[in-house]
Design a protein around this ligand. Sequence first.
Ligand code: ZN
Length: 286
Amino acid sequence: MTPRTLLVFIDGFGIGPADPDVNPFMGGTAPVLEAWITQHAAPMEATMGVPGLPQSATGQTALLTGLNAAEQLGSHVQGFPGPELTVLIREHNLYDRLQARGYRATFANAYYLESMPDLLARRRPSVTTVAALKAFGTVRDGAAMRAGRAVYHDLTRQALLERGYEGPVIAPEEAARHLLGIAREHDFTLFEYFESDLAGHRGTLEDARAVARKLDRFAAELERGLDPERELLVVTSDHGNMEDMSSRQHTANPVPFIALGSGSERLLQTVRSITDVTPALLDLYP
Ligand SMILES: [Zn+2]
């Protein structure tokens, strides 16, 4: 039976040292994530065999296409995809490949208060947005978010208060319930969280612990709401960063491929690199 898959992509989330003074995911700050990393995760190489520290544009392209994007471009590429990566994403993304097999895929993130022309004109889209715009022609907006049918990237909408949003701010648990609701209407749902990478670059250890606590509340509610017979929860990342607060850079650490629920055991035995994620997920959808 094909599962309903919810893929939660956490930017800058590697498997780090056990020392909680360096790694905010350890030492009891994020007990659910700590248990997932130690009991339900396979470590995946994020470096793709290319020298240098892994970066977001190539790493996310690898996750969402299965291609060794760093090798194809000759280096790890930071931030947003340029023309070459955009072509790879448009031609090989997981959403389109699932849709071509007759499955329903979606991107659950909300974009706030921007019309599609605004979005296209003003933003340099991320890998996940390039893929969503190619596959679906649109992304979810503020109205969908208010109706509980899209999730803002920070989970709680707190970051929107300074952009004219008048509330309510919601709990991470409520964001998790909204996300599970979206996932139940699709065969494959992706949600992207990136405050972890920002905290790794710019935050203090306390900032990183606050991110870990918020993510952990979200994770706990996802686990509580998951139907393990029919649903598959995957949590993974493009490269390390926040798991080692002794540096402000990305790390070369492996990233966790966390899987719970339907089909998770086989997946955990299959994935060894971030390039394995798309092929392994496609195998679940004949
Ligand atoms: Zn980064």
